[in-house]
Design a protein around this ligand. Structure first.
Ligand SMILES: Nc1ncnc2c1ncn2[C@@H]1O[C@H](COP(=O)(O)OP(=O)(O)OP(=O)(O)O)[C@@H](O)[C@H]1O
Length: 287
């Protein structure tokens, strides 16, 4: 079914920086996503893994046409996801993100649990026969049975209809044997992309233990880097250029701290905290 000469998802040297409030990348910022390339074919089920803040949601949103990048950098079904809006309106390309449905309290929907609401969100998102499906940690609220049923439904959609799925998750329960491919992302850079059968040739560990070992190594390397910087008298953390704030002389400019691209919602809370913290889309507090 897969036709390697006709990939369903193509990412070519993707580079991306969140824009500041003027719509442009903040001066001096380094791209969040750099040199990212990936090709997937019809029938592929790709697991996207990485630590909190690695850039998984960002990549899924770019693939889903929610952020503009140069058309050659991201092709879904041979088209530019951002520029060709028919891709998503037709249902060929579907993105299901971490947000639970935003509900109006006058609806009876307010009487349902998070998991029930998640089921409604999934049903609505999967109504049309997608060709490419982007899933961003969508099984968090599901009970064991609903999750198992969903995973087997998704597998069937790939095997029988040739759909392509990219699934970002931190939950590995029941995932053993599900993906055909795995992609590991760290700090916006692609670390590894390979078919699962190739990965299995290199390790006897379970999927979860394999990912855990990658993240542990990444964390240890990051700690060593910070220690080295400290020993050299440099700031422990590299300076972040904050694109969501207007920084300047308050007397001269209308200074307003803004939350760029942040969708307010029940599951999303911001925290005032140490400057060094950056919060990824799923790193949220529940109220
Ligand atoms: N709208 C935004 N504007 C500016 N920076 C953002 C925005 N959304 C996310 N970021 C930053 O981009 C980085 C990657 O975030 P992203 O949500 O893509 O990570 P993630 O791998 O999905 O993390 P998680 O596993 O926690 O969901 C983080 O440092 C985050 O602070």
């Amino acid at each position: 079914m897969a036709d390697p000469s006709n990939p369903t998802v193509e990412i070519n040297g993707l580079k991306f920086t969140y824009p500041g409030i003027d719509g442009r990348p903040p001066l001096g910022s380094t791209p969040l996503i750099r040199d990212f390339s990936l090709t997937l074919n019809s029938g592929d089920r790709c697991l996207l893994v990485g630590a909190n803040g690695a850039g998984k949601t960002t990549i899924l949103k770019i693939l889903g046409g929610k952020h503009m990048v140069e058309p050659h950098m991201v092709r879904v079904l041979g088209r530019s996801a951002f520029h060709d809006t028919a891709l998503t309106s037709s249902g060929d390309l579907s993105y299901l993100g971490g947000e639970v449905l935003d509900i109006d309290l006058s609806w009876r929907m307010h009487n349902v649990s998070d998991g029930q609401r998640r089921r409604v969100q999934l049903c609505m998102g999967l109504l049309k026969p997608f060709k490419v499906l982007l899933l961003d940690e969508i099984t968090v609220d599901l009970d064991v049975l609903a999750r198992a049923d969903l995973l087997s439904f998704l597998r069937k959609e790939c095997e029988e209809r040739g759909a392509t799925i990219i699934y970002a998750t931190h939950i590995f329960d029941g995932l053993e044997g599900w993906p055909t491919h795995i992609v590991y992302l760290a700090r916006g850079r692609l670390q590894l992309a390979m078919p699962m059968d190739k990965l299995k040739e290199t390790t006897n560990l379970s999927l979860m233990r394999t990912v855990e070992s990658w993240l542990r190594k990444e964390r240890d390397e990051e700690r060593a880097r910070r220690k080295e910087r400290k020993e050299k008298g440099l700031p422990e953390f590299e300076k972040q250029v904050e694109g969501s704030r207007v920084i300047g002389d308050p007397a001269r400019a209308a200074v307003r701290v803004m939350n760029n691209g942040w969708a307010a919602g029940r599951m999303h809370s911001t925290l005032a905290g140490e400057e060094n913290f950056t919060f990824s889309s799923n790193r949220v507090l529940r109220q």
